[in-house]
Design a protein around this ligand. Structure first.
Ligand code: BGC
Length: 449
């Protein structure tokens, strides 16, 4: 019986993704480092510590990424390392980043670099960070330093990772290191300043490297009212979708930020993105009225839910958010997609079913240029510490022992084939064969003669 394959276009980026604070270790000038020291803030009072030891030896995991056959990797720079004190730039830190970026190029892996991924220099927080307009000139100056020192090695840039998640977790939930002010109004003010930072960084990069591609990584959850809900819940789901998913994107398109009472212009913002970075993890059922939380974590009897009730495995949502991203008329990169799954019983089918959605989108000529799996290796999962493991490679943070998970071997096979196949389903997740490749399953009529 011929094997079935879903092939991807030549040059498709097969990537993995990480963030500086989560993998480097000992980022002692970051607001996260100070935040972690107080008991009760991180689950089980876990600490990032040496994290995945990338500051000392990112190369070990980059060797594994090369062995897997990946050709792309998304990583971030830690601002607090590069500028540990205001106006004091650390040349050794820039040199080390240069080494890591060069190590990626040497392995045939194209870097995509994020300038801000959830972590701030402590000194910036003292100055009010995103609640003070001054952050814009600081961010612009930091970007200029990075461009001058490393720009020749960076073809793809993300200015800010998941601005709305950052706003939500910091200003509304309070699970991320505290800003000086809190609440919705302060959060919206921060969004405005993040947009200004994005615009400033975009133009700073493009002035020196016009061919560089610059965007943001935007988390796009699917928000839905539970099936059978009445109108108020459906209306509310639409509202949540607008404020969380659309607001930021619309501002980048037309240069105006919607507010509760109108809209406000943001200088140099309109059109300041070359691609849409889609981070996709899950679907949320939105609850109305939103008392005691805006979403309903009871997923329903059929739902497959990942470790720590992180979220429902919902591959169709990836196709939905890609379709939605077409509205912005730019190339699309799946800049994060993954799940916490320590024993790896869900990840192989998660990868295959999500990639099938990417393949479907590409089959309709949607411009999806690459897929970056979160994550290459287990890393420090913010307020959830080490309780959730997203890696294709498992890590014991104490001993630093690593092991390729079966899903890592599956991803290796995918990168080498440049596609997914029924053989992979048969080998890594046989239960999926009948639904994903019906013609290849022993239950199919073709098999039965
Ligand atoms: C963030 C990552 C995080 C991942 C898994 C994303 O929202 O960008 O930093 O580790 O989700 O929770």
């Amino acid at each position: 019986m011929a094997k079935a394959q879903m092939m991807f276009p030549a040059g498709f980026r097969w990537g993995t993704a990480t963030a500086a604070y989560q993998v480097e270790g000992h980022n002692t000038h970051s607001d996260w480092w100070a935040w972690e020291q107080v008991d009760g803030r991180i689950l089980h009072n876990h600490k990032a510590g040496q994290a995945s030891n990338w500051w000392a030896n990112a190369e070990a995991d980059l060797d594994a990424a090369a062995h897997m056959g990946t050709n792309a990797h998304r990583l971030s720079l830690e601002w607090s390392r590069i500028e540990p004190e205001p106006s004091v730039f650390d040349q050794n830190a820039l040199d080390r980043y240069r080494q890591i970026l060069q190590a990626l190029h040497d392995r045939g892996i194209e870097p995509m670099v994020t300038l801000h991924h959830f972590s701030n220099p402590l000194w910036l927080v003292e100055k009010g960070d995103f609640n003070s307009q001054i952050v814009v000139s600081y961010f612009q100056r930091y970007t200029a330093k990075v461009v001058a020192a490393l720009g020749d090695l960076i073809p793809l840039w993300i200015t800010i990772n998941e601005p709305m998640v950052y706003m939500f977790m910091r200003y509304l939930v309070g699970a991320f290191p505290a800003p000086q002010k809190k609440g919705l109004l302060a959060g919206m003010e921060a969004v405005k300043h993040m947009l200004l930072c994005h615009a400033a960084a975009y133009h700073t990069i493009k002035d020196s490297y016009p061919a560089a591609q610059v965007g943001v990584a935007k988390n796009f959850p699917v928000f839905q009212a539970k099936p059978g809900s009445y109108f108020p819940a459906r209306w509310w789901a639409g509202q949540v979708n607008f404020w969380f998913n659309e607001l930021w994107m619309q501002a980048m398109v037309n240069g105006r930020l919607r507010t509760f009472i109108g809209s406000t212009p943001i200088a140099n913002l309109a059109g300041s993105f070359d691609f849409v970075g889609v981070n996709y993890y899950t679907r949320f059922y939105v609850k109305f009225p939103p008392l005691g939380g805006f979403y309903d974590p009871s997923w329903g009897p059929e739902a497959v839910v990942s470790d720590g009730h992180y979220g429902e495995v919902y591959p169709a949502g990836l196709y939905q958010v890609i379709q939605n991203a077409l509205n912005y008329h730019k190339p699309i990169y799946i800049t994060e997609n993954g799940l916490p799954d320590e024993d790896d019983d869900l990840r192989p089918s998660f990868i295959l079913t999500h990639l099938r959605e990417v393949w479907r989108a590409i089959s309709f000529c949607y411009p999806v240029m690459g897929y970056y799996h979160w994550s290459l290796v287990d890393n420090f999962e913010w307020d959830r510490g080490w309780t959730q493991r997203f890696g294709l490679i498992s890590l014991d943070p104490e001993t630093q022992a690593r092991d390729m998970r079966p899903s890592g071997r599956l991803y290796r096979d995918i990168c080498h084939l440049n596609g997914i196949s029924s053989e992979m389903a048969a080998q890594y997740t046989p239960a999926l064969l009948a639904t994903m490749f019906p013609g290849e399953s022993p239950q199919s009529p073709a098999w039965q003669g």
